[in-house]
Design a protein around this ligand. Structure first.
Ligand code: ZN
Length: 316
């Protein structure tokens, strides 16, 4: 296994963000929680992220045998694609999965087929490699409100649909934080301004459900967090303001999708509208980057969000 050096952002409360180096820097984070010499990962990136995660353990002088959990908020491959391979290096870890997600990590055939349908076969193998299954006896199911002890703290899983039907978030009262996976949208640090973080929903196929997406935001805010740990990308504060932005933008995405529902070149038109929308919203937020830079930052999300919104339009 190549010895890669992890880019680590040290946060408070024993938490660090590790850049999984998926697609580009600062796009996809794995979080490491360390408490009383026990450790847990929240999301893992892909197979090629695994050397970075193991390097992060060395950086914090944590033995791989002291990792108790690999929490997988959901089984989309930028969150869980590296989990099977990572588990092979963590002899005592349990993978924690939503009841609807577990079987896909035991037998990843459906995940592979789903990812190939989104990215195409060649790009799929370039991005994700060969998915390693997780043995069933190393998986524990997170039912709604289940608690997990890590060192001296207790973490609580709670189910949030809207982005994926097999998604849970992880409440961490010790940090007054919630690990939100993709249930509280995407907020890239490149788009931070004097007005704070810029956030927008992720409607990746195939489970986008606006009613549930709104409920997920409220459920997360109901935990009364002071900060959120997003997989894309890491810590944000101001949960109430960002929650209001998310509610508004979920509605805006739905309006935009409906407006183009019957267009002849629906996909192209939705791409154009989503670019316009996100760039104008980012500008209003105070982002100074030029249009090309902004388009580059949101490009993958525009494409995935369009796919997910179109799938939703066709399956309502
Ligand atoms: Zn996802």
């Amino acid at each position: 296994m190549p010895d890669e050096t992890a880019r680590i952002t040290q946060l408070d409360h024993g938490i660090a963000a590790i850049d999984t180096d998926y697609v580009r820097p600062l796009l996809d984070a794995s979080h490491l929680i360390i408490d009383d010499e026990r450790a847990a990962f929240v999301d893992t990136g892909t197979n090629s992220s695994v050397p970075m995660l193991l390097d992060a353990l060395r950086h914090f002088a944590i033995d791989p045998g002291d990792v108790d959990y690999v929490f997988l908020t959901h089984v989309h491959l930028d969150h869980a694609g590296g989990a099977g391979q990572l588990m092979q290096s963590l002899p005592n870890a349990t993978a924690v999965l939503h009841p609807r997600g577990a079987r896909h990590m035991i037998d990843p055939a459906k995940l592979i087929a789903g990812a190939i349908s989104v990215y195409g076969e060649e790009a799929h193998f370039d991005m994700y490699g060969d998915l390693v299954p997780i043995p069933e006896d190393r998986i524990v199911i997170a039912d709604d409100d289940d608690r997990f002890t890590l060192g001296g703290r207790e973490l609580q899983a709670f189910h949030t649909e809207g982005h994926a039907r097999h998604h849970y978030c992880l409440d961490d009262p010790a940090s007054r934080g919630v690990f939100t996976g993709d249930s509280f949208g995407i907020s890239y640090r490149e788009l931070d301004t004097v007005n704070g973080a810029f956030i927008y929903p992720t409607t990746t196929p195939v489970h986008f459900d606006p009613v549930e997406a709104h409920k997920a935001i409220d459920r997360i805010l109901g935990r009364d967090p002071e900060r959120l740990y997003l997989t894309h990308y890491s810590q944000v504060s101001e949960p109430e303001r960002l929650g209001a932005d998310m509610h508004r933008r979920i509605d805006d995405f739905v309006d935009l999708a409906r407006k183009h529902a019957d267009d002849g070149s629906r996909t192209e038109n939705m791409h154009a509208s989503l670019y316009d929308y996100l760039i104008s919203q980012a500008r209003e937020h105070g982002c100074k980057a030029n249009d090309d830079a902004l388009r580059g930052i949101v490009r993958m999300d525009v494409e995935l969000n369009t796919m997910g919104l179109e799938f939703w339009l066709d399956h309502q």
